[in-house]
Write a protein that binds this ligand. Structure first.
Ligand code: UDP
Ligand code: MG
Length: 324
């Protein structure tokens, strides 16, 4: 790693965040200027279809500490975050959302904890303004399920807003998986972790890109990334069903021997067939979930593709796209 004196790298994944950028940079640069340290702001343009990139480039020209990694298409927030983290050089790294749901002013407190000697300082939401009760309920259920099924502890009500020491960043960069459940990976690496509390604001402008289907898949990602329970459970379900059917079969044999053959039985056969069919399909489905993920990993595709960068040492890239 080349020697550098950047102390803090802020990583901002941006997907169609044009209306938020002005206010974001206004608040962020105000906070960072107050802190009086060398910093860089790395914005990952995750295939935005509005003018996010154009605006980011304008900002980069005005303020060269704002650097841009421009993806070739939309890869999703988790990957944008990983890419941003890959490009950082600061001694501490803070990922933050572009929609100002995570108040930049908090960076000061995160840094203070970091200076006390913690490697990871995460920000826990005290409240979730602007979120429906259903979202809060499902989010709560998700954290309970995942902590019951895995042996990592994902702190509840914690987003990706946190401070990571360079050592933790290097550890994260060693994790090769293509399916990146960042909350889980942050927890998996361990290190000295500490928390501060804050009130999460509603999104400043624009709409969230999350919907319940995406959230469900996100939850599935989290569980399959860190737990084999959905695969293993079928041995036990199968065992219980076999034991029950053995007992029932013995009962039927004895009853038939004593009372003779009893023809009606359509309902019980249907129930057994449908129930077992359902259980088998469910277990196949779970195997499929894992198999698909294994397939994704073995393909070894790059995690993301960068079309061009602005503000890094790889200047040639930048010229290429500006000469057009
Ligand atoms: N984001 C991204 N790629 C995507 C979706 C979102 O880089 O495909 C960014 C988005 O620009 C924002 C952050 O991820 O900075 C959080 O997104 P959002 O506000 O939609 O999520 P929520 O706050 O509802 O979890
Ligand atoms: Mg948001």
């Amino acid at each position: 790693m080349p020697p550098n004196d950047v102390e803090l790298s802020v990583v901002v994944p941006c997907y169609n965040e044009e209306p938020n950028l002005d206010y974001l940079f206004e608040r962020l640069t105000a906070v960072l200027a107050r802190l009086n340290l060398e910093y860089e702001i790395i914005c990952v343009n995750d295939g935005s279809v509005d003018n996010t990139l154009k605006r980011l480039i304008e900002y980069h020209h005005r303020n060269p500490t704002i650097k841009i990694v421009n993806f070739s298409r939309n890869f999703g927030k988790e990957i944008a975050l990983s890419a941003g983290i890959d490009y950082t050089i600061g001694a501490a790294v803070v990922p933050i959302d572009a929609d100002l749901q995570d108040p930049p002013e908090l960076i000061e407190q995160l840094l203070a904890k970091w200076r006390e000697g913690y490697d990871v300082v995460y920000a826990v939401r005290r409240s979730r303004k602007g979120e429906t009760w259903f979202k809060r309920l499902t989010a709560g259920a998700f954290y309970r399920v995942i902590s019951a099924m895995t042996n990592i502890t994902i702190p509840q009500d914690t987003g990706d807003f946190r401070l990571l020491d360079r050592q933790v960043v290097e550890a994260l960069k060693q994790l090769p998986e293509r399916r990146r459940f960042m909350k889980g990976l942050f927890a998996w690496v361990g290190y000295q972790q500490s928390a501060i509390e804050y009130d999460r604001d509603p999104r400043y402008q624009g709409n969230t890109k999350w919907n319940y289907w995406k959230l469900w898949n996100f939850a599935l990602e989290g569980i399959t990334s860190f737990s084999f329970a959905p695969l293993k459970i079928w041995s036990y379900v199968g065992l219980v069903i076999s034991l029950v059917s053995f007992v029932y079969a013995s009962f039927l044999v004895i009853r038939t021997l004593i009372f003779g053959i009893d023809v009606p039985g359509y309902a019980s056969i249907m129930v057994a067939v449908l129930f077992l069919g359902g259980v088998q399909m469910l277990s196949l489905g779970f195997i499929g979930e894992y198999l698909g993920r294994v397939y994704d990993e073995v393909k070894q595709r790059p995690l993301y593709l960068v079309r061009d960068c602005y503000g890094f040492d790889r200047q040639d890239n930048e010229k290429k796209s500006e000469s057009r």
